[in-house]
Design a protein around this ligand. Structure first.
Ligand SMILES: [Zn+2]
Length: 459
């Protein structure tokens, strides 16, 4: 393979060429309510050439390897054409030339599990979801797996082979009181692991269906300002969605005002606040031992001791900003070029205990799991899956319709306690950006306490 790629690249006339070839297999089983909506397994292979000529990029996607030489020519020709029409020329920061092979060994390789066995398992979880009683009106039980072998080579001499496994499970139940009150309970998980990850998840299915029904009885939260404790799952989504995307250097080129706010050294929180984006944590979905430009994994502090310390870079954004590449150039598949993306992003653990956080709160709210959310520049809106009142330092009744809104920078500064119970969580979805979705990532956090959070009472 290496020889084939070398030959195709040589004599391209481009300043830089890279080739990424992917061989993959995937399967999916999806039940909704009492129906099997989808069951499939497939294999796919293809590749992409990216060429840089005089500061212009060209790409060419292919499925047939015997085309490689002509695809290199095509990408170079496009790049030359682009270069003739732009003023803003791309260049790449230096990156070490590497040669490596990253193989994984799975405890129980999902490629060897028959599709019918996967179906049986997902169906059994779906039955549990449906068993929540007559109030359950719909369910989702969805399993996915994929295994990719990615070969990467560039004209500088880097040659890499990496195996990337991914397995996810989503279990959700929807309950209705027959009227307008419709509630959901769900559990999602995802890891860079084997079939064992999704086994023995009966308790998760039971929990999801029970919560959907319980939430029908919960009262709607009263809107207002609260001292809020976020659970690790919701806090993780917050740090990824509301803050992490601003740390992607390519985003800042498009937004001058935010680029100013995101000046290295700026204080964003108290001394205890540390936020990390890490390219390797055993078993995690966001793992990128080498990114899709062949840059080795880094552990990057975005915030250290409350101050902005780093941004996330591709080789191109690193060059533009005079920084070092961080290994964050990622593509969802061979059909796309790499762009700056997060990996495993989390708030580091602190020293507070959950009980200690509760103790100081007269009237507050415990918000658990993200149900959905959106951000418009610095303003975020997140729906929690559910909440619990906090009264005189103790957890009280369940509440629903918990919607948190705020300005991300004000909110970071209002974090006054950080728990000692860091959890890194891989859900079943992924991150979307620039038309590339879903990219496997994880996020995480310990419990965190935030002062003065605006809570709305309607979804
Ligand atoms: Zn995202």
């Amino acid at each position: 393979m290496e020889e084939t790629i070398r030959k195709a690249i040589s004599g391209s006339g481009a300043d830089y060429v890279e080739v990424r070839i992917e061989k993959g297999s995937r399967s999916q089983v999806f039940f909704r309510k009492d129906r099997l909506e989808n069951i499939e397994s497939s294999t796919e292979s293809g590749g992409i050439v990216r060429a840089l000529v005089n500061g212009g990029w060209g790409i060419a996607v292919f499925n047939d390897l015997s085309d490689l030489k002509s695809k290199v020519r095509e990408a170079s020709r496009v790049a030359g054409h682009v270069a003739s029409r732009i003023d803003d020329r791309a260049a790449l920061a230096e990156a070490p030339v590497v040669r490596d092979e990253v193989r994984v060994s799975l405890k129980q390789d999902f490629r060897e599990v028959p599709l019918q066995e996967k179906k049986k398992l997902v169906e059994s979880y779906n039955r549990i979801l449906l068993s929540g009683g007559e109030k359950i009106v719909s369910t989702i039980a969805r399993y996915t797996d994929s295994f990719r072998e990615i070969t990467y080579s560039n004209s500088e001499g880097t040659f890499l082979i990496q195996e990337v496994p991914d397995v996810t499970l989503m279990l959700a139940a929807v309950a209705s009181d027959g009227g307008a009150n419709i509630q959901q309970g769900f559990e999602t998980l995802g890891e860079a692991g084997g079939f064992e990850v999704v086994l023995d998840r009966e308790r998760e299915a039971e929990g999801a269906t029970r919560r959907a029904v319980d939430m029908l009885k919960a009262k709607s939260v009263q809107g207002g300002k609260y001292t809020v404790i976020l659970d690790p799952s919701l806090a993780g989504v917050f740090i990824h969605e509301a803050f992490g995307h601003f740390c992607e250097a390519d985003f800042l080129f498009k937004n001058e005002r935010l680029a100013k706010i995101m000046t290295l050294g700026t204080a964003f929180g108290n001394e205890d606040l540390n936020v990390v984006d890490d390219g390797y944590i055993p078993g995690r979905r966001g793992n990128t031992r080498y990114d899709d430009e062949g840059v080795a994994r880094t552990k990057t502090y975005l915030i250290r001791k409350g101050r902005l310390e780093g941004l996330l870079h591709s080789r191109e954004t690193a060059k533009r900003m005079g920084a070092a590449p961080t290994g964050n150039a990622r593509a969802t598949s061979y059909e796309h070029e790499p762009i700056v993306r997060m990996r495993n992003t989390y708030i580091e653990g602190g020293s507070a205990t959950f009980d200690g956080m509760l103790a100081g709160i007269d009237r507050g709210l415990y918000a658990v799991k993200a149900y959905g959310g959106q951000t418009v520049f610095e303003q975020f809106t997140f729906s929690a899956a559910y909440g619990q009142e906090i009264v005189d330092g103790k957890l009280g009744d369940m509440v629903r319709d918990v919607v948190l809104t705020g300005n991300v920078f004000d909110t970071l500064r209002s974090i006054d306690q950080i728990g000692d119970d860091l959890e890194i969580i891989g859900g079943s979805g992924g991150c979307g950006k620039g038309g590339q979705y879903p990219l496997p990532v994880t996020d995480g956090s310990p419990h965190i306490r935030i002062q003065n959070v605006t809570v709305g009472g309607a979804r």
